[in-house]
Ligand binder design. Structure first.
Ligand code: PXP
Length: 250
């Protein structure tokens, strides 16, 4: 259930609280404390990405989040045997499968579902059987959406990174083209029976056009909110994001 008056949920990604903690190697700031504050501040769910190189979130963070949270955990992970074992041990509410490259600074593109359809179908089957909602992080491409549907994913998350990057670079023609593509693909996926989420790089400036897509049920936002929390505190940063989301939805 969304805490908002619309049916659009906000998942807050707390990875970068762990990034700051790990810069000094100690225990602070604690991502679990941030997650609980985000929950109080109006997050409908918490998102955390356990990367293979553990550059931010750690295994202990996932253990602690599973114990502490009363909102759902959306566990982002690469399609590896190690991550599958961890997900099956915890059985989080949702698992979002993302592509992962060691050398990237953040998740750069969507998953190539169409190319690895058989492996991914086998990979997600036990996760579904364990009761996790399986989401696939993809570009707004009908081939990838069709493949995500065929392998039995319940959710797709549209990668908003190219749209946000184009906005930041002032390339408004590309931004608008990316937005139009996502708009069309949100309807396409919804008509196939997939739940549609979106995220990556969203800010106060870019959230509203995406929040306005009626098919989108959840936005996952991290980096900008954690940065904004430095200036106005996490609950206030989240409250403003929610306000913009609600306004766009109205
Ligand atoms: N959704 C997915 C699948 C992601 O991988 C990320 C980044 O970890 C996000 C949303 C959040 O992106 P950002 O931190 O840029 O808001």
């Amino acid at each position: 259930m969304s805490k908002s008056s619309s049916n659009l949920r906000l998942g807050v990604n707390i990875d970068h609280v762990a990034t700051v903690r790990n810069a000094r190697g100690g225990d602070t700031p604690d991502p679990v404390r941030a997650a609980l504050l985000a929950e109080q501040g109006g997050a409908d769910g918490i998102t955390a990405h356990l990367r293979e190189d553990r550059r931010h979130i750690s295994d202990k963070d996932i253990d602690a989040l599973m114990d502490a949270l009363s909102v759902p955990l959306n566990f982002e992970m690469a399609a590896t045997d190690e991550m599958q074992r961890i997900a099956l041990r915890h059985k989080p509410h949702a698992v979002c499968i993302v592509p992962e490259k060691r050398e990237e600074r953040t998740t750069e593109g969507g998953l190539e579902v169409a190319r690895e359809e058989n492996q991914l179908a086998h990979f997600i089957a036990p996760l579904r059987e364990a009761g996790c909602r399986v989401s696939i992080f993809i570009a707004a491409d009908p081939r990838q959406i069709d493949a995500a549907h065929r392998i039995g994913a319940q959710v797709i998350e549209l990668h908003t990174g190219a749209y946000c990057d184009a906005h930041a670079e002032g390339d408004f023609a590309t931004r608008d083209a990316e937005l139009a593509k996502m708009r069309e693909m949100a309807t396409y996926a919804h008509d196939l029976g997939l739940e549609v989420h979106a995220g990556h790089g969203l800010t106060y400036d870019t959230v509203q056009p995406v929040a306005a897509f009626p098919e989108v049920r959840e936005l996952n936002i991290g980096h900008f909110l954690i940065g904004e929390a430095i200036f106005r505190g996490l609950p206030a940063a989240i409250a403003e994001m929610r306000r913009l989301m609600e306004e766009a939805r109205a």
